[in-house]
Design a protein around this ligand. Structure first.
Ligand code: FAD
Length: 279
């Protein structure tokens, strides 16, 4: 397990808040803002939800104390969405109020499609009270073009991704080509009609496309990438003057996130096995 976490540290800051703060300081030194995420999801025990809230409040305090350039991104199922929206909102509110009092930014991750409606309803409720709150949309879902239209009318702040969850064919595009096509369309909509959004991809074609669109549309926007992925590209983008954010996950529950990163890019499994064999 020790070797495994050493390898996982490419993508995961570590198990503790101190680890996450260290990774954020490192990102800031590279000209990159951090987005902290405490790993864990689908909590069915309220004490875990309450611990999660407590941990995020500690994270905000540490960000403020250390004067770091960073925000946090939360998963609604970590905040008790399984117990209903009202309970989830009651747990998110103390964090939301703290972010608002510090003029900070709060991101909502998007989980599997069974949570999309509830997550967007929760998000809209908060957006009405404070503009600096953003939500992830997933290009692989067929509903996303409509969700994006609606959210742009409300002034929503969007992080556009391809989507990380395996979904049934009635709600999601199945092939990579279809997802890419949808991502391209949504990206154009963001540059044409949105403002203050995040382009969250490591795909060089869409990184180029975003830069091309930005040349014709004066918008406030940023690239968002995961910790440990495409670091040379991040460096290049920062040097060119683009705003780059790094999503920095941490916490004891890192294994599912780590295996998702491995699945995404089989070459990583080879590198891991090689480094484990070499000790
Ligand atoms: C900041 C951030 C937040 C996210 N939040 C969410 C969320 O809330 N909900 C959700 O469902 N998903 C989220 N995701 C994950 C996202 O949905 C995708 O699963 C993930 O980003 C992979 O898609 P991609 O766009 O990077 O392209 P992919 O299709 O995975 O990769 C496309 C191409 O990018 C290049 N590439 C990718 N990785 C590397 C690498 N390591 N080295 C070199 N080249 C590489 C390769 O050319 C590859 O062919 C988030 C992603 C980011 C970056």
């Amino acid at each position: 397990m020790g070797l495994l976490i050493r390898f996982a540290r490419q993508w995961v800051a570590g198990e503790t808040l101190d680890d996450a703060i260290r990774a954020t300081r490192d990102a800031n030194a590279r000209g990159i803002d951090g987005i902290l995420n405490l790993l864990g999801e689908h909590y069915r025990d309220r004490s875990f939800v309450e611990q999660t809230l407590h941990e995020y409040l500690r994270a905000l305090k540490a960000i403020g104390r250390e004067k770091l350039r960073a925000s946090v991104s939360i998963k609604p199922s970590q905040f008790g969405l399984e117990f209903g929206r009202a309970y989830c909102e009651s747990q998110v509110l103390p964090l939301f109020d703290r972010v608002r009092s510090e003029n900070g930014f709060l991101w909502f991750d998007m989980e599997s499609s069974r949570f999309t409606d509830e997550t967007l309803a929760l998000y809209e409720g908060l957006l009405r009270r404070y503009p600096d709150v953003g939500v992830c949309l997933q290009a692989n879902l067929k509903r996303t073009a409509e969700d994006l239209d609606h959210l742009l009318e409300l002034g929503g702040k969007i992080r556009l991704t391809k989507g990380a969850y395996r979904e049934p064919a009635d709600v999601a595009y199945e092939t990579r080509a279809e997802v890419d096509e949808a991502f391209g369309r949504l990206l154009r909509t963001l540059f044409e009609r949105g403002d203050r959004f995040g382009v969250a991809t490591h795909d060089g074609r869409f990184v180029d496309e975003a830069m091309r669109l930005a040349a014709n549309h004066k918008k406030t926007w940023e690239f968002q990438m995961l910790k440990g992925v495409r670091d040379p590209l991040k460096r290049e983008l920062v040097a060119k003057g683009y705003r780059v954010l790094e999503y920095i996950p941490y916490g004891p529950d890192w294994l599912p996130y780590f295996t998702r990163r491995l699945r995404e890019r089989p070459r990583n499994v080879f590198t891991m096995v090689r480094s484990l064999v070499q000790g």
